[in-house]
Ligand binder design. Sequence first.
Ligand code: URA
Ligand code: SF4
Length: 182
Amino acid sequence: MRRDLAELPTCTRCDLALTRQRVVIGTGPLSSALMVVGEAPGRSEDEGGEPFIGRSGQLLFRLIAEETGLSREQCFVTNVVKCRPPGNRAPRRDELEACRPWFEEQVGLVQPRVVVALGNTAARAVFGFVEGIGRTHGRVQLVGAGQGLATYHPAAALRGGPRVVAVMRADLRIVKRLVEAP
Ligand code: URA
Ligand code: SF4
């Protein structure tokens, strides 16, 4: 079922609408080659209205810039769930299902060459993976008219340190190759 993205800022299709401050829609040019997809807004994003403006976003865009040469401003950045779950709990299945069509509309609009999904929740929502991110990261998939892969969430890198960062860097080098492929 198609949805009109003009209605996203006032969406009430799940109960997260009751507790959010704002719908965090996404940022970046509609012509972006790379789409970056996280799980759901946290406190900073719910207050600021933009995805990945907190601490994990700083690490994320440093790694993306270093490994792909793309800046935050060159990427379309969003989440599979557009409203903050209370207390940053994981989004529930019904919330993921209610929100996913918005992501599909965005993929149709931006038509990115590459989609990178961050962490288990986004990887499962975007690519339908059943296994965990430890097994699925780096696997190249088709998405929309382009390609994509999953890697760890930068919050996992903040917790897990250099080993996780090294895996993210390796996955982002695949992203670079896909973005630049003729
Ligand atoms: N974590 C996410 O998954 N998305 C954000 O926008 C911020 C933190
Ligand atoms: Fe709508 Fe998604 Fe927000 Fe739920 S999380 S209210 S489906 S925009």
